[in-house]
Structure formats: structure tokens, C-alpha cells
Design a protein around this ligand. Structure first.
Ligand code: ARG
Length: 404
């Protein structure tokens, strides 16, 4: 008899998936639950899974490894989607799959399963990550096989089979969260002109509720990664938590955007990512101080590629790992302090310093006193830089008024 390991979050989809798998595979369904710092805690989920028929239920606190192994490499790489999405959920998926593969090997299972929604990116990431890590295993999508393609069908299935305690009102929104960010899904697709109501946001205050006095944080980085806040060294998990709390209090980190899903459709997406917003902003300011213009420009192209690969489910790929090696080298000197001010939904960098700074006050000095810049060298520079243009003047470049 085949054995299967199912990713189990305790949501409707995964409950229905568990029930369906039980029917087919009998007592050979093992569940796996990851604690990634989601607020609706993971407590009692193993008992739930067993009660619903799982033969064994695993749970693991992955928070620290999530930060060290996934969030930080993405942060160091400056990996943010074009929309501004900092990939909180795209980063979680490969990690969960990696853990499930380990358990499947320990337990002698050769099937993996998930209860991801039919239009989700997560279903893709699940399959691609599994393909990379365990090509010999097959991935099951029991909801799709049973034709449960919509939320209402899944909810009705759960109800019919008594998988939910009471008749739950799904509300207008469903929220998925982890320690790095939340994602809000509409239970009915909105019009693209509809405004997102304030009440969907849980970890960022509305502007009216944010303090009148601005907040400030000085974030210190070492080799492209944050290590201390206001001079206090902090474990990475604690650091993210604190940045998230302070930024959220000031209403920073909300994002409403149109996303191009991997399955080819546009979706309105709502994210809350206070820590990611601040940390990427600060790191970028520090990079502007210590990196050469060439490096800044080239790196940004690779940052985008890193983000796309992560979004598309290619975390476990040769290219993503090669980019990781590049960013490790490229952030060697990204060490220093950045001051960020937050106020009523906005954040901005108000100062950065580093012992590797390429900024020279003496070079920038606009008055006679202390100016170290070589003005005499500029005349020759002007000659040479404009030489190609002088050599090949084009008639058509004359201003329009001069045309006749
Ligand atoms: N659209 C986002 C992404 O592709 C958020 C996914 C949220 N995950 C979820 N299971 N609701 O990463």
C-alpha cells in the first residue's frame, strides 16, 4: 500500500484533502504542519489531523530556519517582485516541501500531497520544489482530482463530511500569514476599482490610527543582512519581529497590487509586509553608499531574476543557487548602519553610514574650503566624453522650432 505525506495547515482545503486521501489510501496518510510564525497558532493541529484520520501527524517549528535559510538569502539578494511583493509565501513553500520530502523518506512514503487552491501559485511551487528535491516521488492534488476547484465547493465538502466544527461564515476575506508577511484573499473577486477596506489589515495600523509622532529605527547590517536594532544585537527572528511591530504601528508595509499569477491570470493581491518593506529599504540605502555604480546597476537585474525564480517555484534550481553565490560576494561590504523614519504609513531613510562608504564629503564639497575634487581634470573629461557626438552631428537633432 502506498503512503502519502500531506501538507496540513488546518484550513478547509487541507482538511478536505486529508479526508479524500484517507478514503483512497486508508491508514497511510501522514500529515506535516509547519510553524512559520502564523498568528492563528498551530496548536492542536496534530490532534485535529489524527482525529480526521491521519496515521501520524508531524509538526515542526521552522521559524528560525525560515529566516536564516530563505528570508535572509532573499533579503541579501534584494529579491522583491516588480509589484513590490517581498515573497513571504513564495519563500515558505519550498521549505515546507523540503521538510516533507525528509519525512517521506524516513517513513518510506513515495507520495506527497497538498490542498492548495486551484488558481494558486502555491500549487505550482509545491510541484516544482518536489520535482527538484524528489523526482522519484509523485505529487497528489486530491482536491483537483475530486473536482473541488472552488472555495465554496471545498467548504461544502467539509460541511457534508463534518470536517469543520460548526458552520463557518467564510467572511469576505481569507488571510494567510507567516512571520514575514500576510496575504489577503478575497472570497469573491473584487472589481479592480474597489478599494480595500481598512479592516482587512491586521498587522499595520490605518493612517488615522498611527501615532502622530514619527518612529525611528537604526538598523545595522553585516554583509547585507540586518544584525542589530538601535545598537542592540538581536537574534534574526527577534529582529524581524521587532521591525515588523514598529513598522506596523506606524502603518508601514501595506501593499495592494495586481499580480500576474503563474497560471496566467491577473489577481488583486493585498499584502502586509512591514518588516520586509523596512529591511529592503534600509539595505538598499546602504548598498547605494558602499557599492560602485556598475555593481548597483548589474545587481538590480540579478535581484529581479532571483525574485522571479522564487515567485515561479524555482527556488531549488541551479540558477537560483548560483545567484545566491553572486549575492554573497556582492554584499561583502554591505556593512553599516541605516536610520529609517516611519510616520503615518510612510517610511524613508534619513541617513546611512559605513566604514566601507564610497561617499567622500571632501569630494562632494561645493565650497572652496576642503574641496578635494580635481577641477583641472574636468576640462579634458568634457572634451573626451563629448567627442563621439562632435564627430557625428545629426541634422535631425536640431530643436523642432528650428525646422523649416
Ligand atoms: N499570491 C501570493 C503568492 O503567490 C500569496 C500566496 C498566499 N498563499 C496562500 N496559500 N493563500 O505568493
Amino acid at each position: 500500500m502506498k503512503k502519502v505525506v500531506l501538507a496540513f495547515s488546518g484550513g478547509h482545503g487541507t482538511k478536505a484533502a486529508l479526508h479524500l486521501l484517507r478514503r483512497k489510501y486508508g491508514p497511510n496518510v501522514i500529515t506535516y504542519t509547519a510553524n512559520l510564525g502564523q498568528k492563528g497558532s498551530t496548536e492542536g493541529l496534530c490532534e485535529r489531523a489524527i482525529a480526521l484520520g491521519a496515521s501520524s501527524a508531524h509538526i515542526a517549528d521552522l521559524r528560525e530556519r525560515f529566516v536564516e535559510g530563505y528570508i535572509f538569502p532573499a533579503l541579501r539578494a534584494g529579491a522583491v517582485c516588480e509589484s513590490g511583493y517581498a515573497l513571504a509565501h513564495a519563500l515558505a513553500r519550498p521549505m515546507i516541501v523540503a521538510e516533507m520530502v525528509k519525512i517521506a523518506r524516513e517513513e518510506g512514503a513515495d507520495l506527497l500531497a497538498h490542498g492548495c487552491a486551484a488558481k494558486s501559485n502555491d500549487q505550482v511551487r509545491f510541484e516544482t520544489s518536489a520535482a527538484a528535491l524528489a523526482p522519484e516521488m509523485r505529487v497528489l492534488n486530491p482536491l483537483r482530482d475530486a473536482n473541488l476547484l472552488h472555495d465554496d465547493e471545498v467548504a461544502a465538502y467539509c460541511q457534508k463530511h463534518d470536517l469543520t466544527a460548526r458552520k463557518e461564515d467564510p467572511g469576505r476575506f481569507s488571510i494567510t500569514e507567516n512571520l514575514y508577511g500576510s496575504s489577503v484573499q478575497w472570497n469573491h473577486a473584487p472589481d479592480s476599482f474597489d478599494e480595500v477596506p481598512d479592516e482587512v489589515f491586521r498587522r499595520t495600523r490605518p493612517i488615522a490610527g498611527a501615532p502622530d509622532a514619527p518612529g525611528e529605527l537604526t538598523i545595522s547590517f553585516k554583509h547585507g543582512l540586518p544584525c542589530s536594532l538601535d545598537g542592540e544585537n538581536l537574534p534574526s527572528l527577534e529582529l524581524i519581529h521587532r521591525v515588523s511591530t514598529v513598522a506596523g504601528e506606524h502603518g508601514v508595509g501595506r501593499l495592494v497590487t495586481l499580480e500576474d499569477r503563474l497560471i496566467g491570470i491577473k489577481m488583486v493581491e493585498v499584502y502586509e509586509q512591514p518588516a520586509a518593506t523596512i529591511l529592503h529599504m534600509a539595505r538598499q540605502a546602504l548598498e547605494r553608499l558602499v557599492l560602485s555604480p556598475d555593481m548597483l546597476q548589474f545587481k538590480s537585474v540579478l535581484s529581479r531574476k532571483f525574485a522571479d525564480l522564487t515567485y515561479q517555484g524555482f527556488w531549488f534550481s541551479e540558477l537560483r543557487e548560483a545567484l545566491d553565490a553572486f549575492f554573497l560576494k556582492a554584499t561583502e561590504f554591505v556593512t553599516g548602519d541605516v536610520r529609517v523614519r516611519m510616520h503615518k504609513g510612510h517610511a524613508r531613510v534619513t541617513g546611512a553610514r559605513s566604514r566601507y562608504s564610497l561617499y567622500s564629503q571632501a569630494m562632494a564639497e561645493p565650497t572652496t574650503e576642503g574641496d578635494a575634487f580635481s577641477h583641472s581634470a574636468v576640462r579634458g573629461f568634457m572634451e573626451t566624453i563629448s567627442q563621439p557626438l562632435r564627430a557625428a552631428p545629426r541634422e535631425g537633432w536640431k530643436p523642432r522650432e528650428a525646422d523649416e
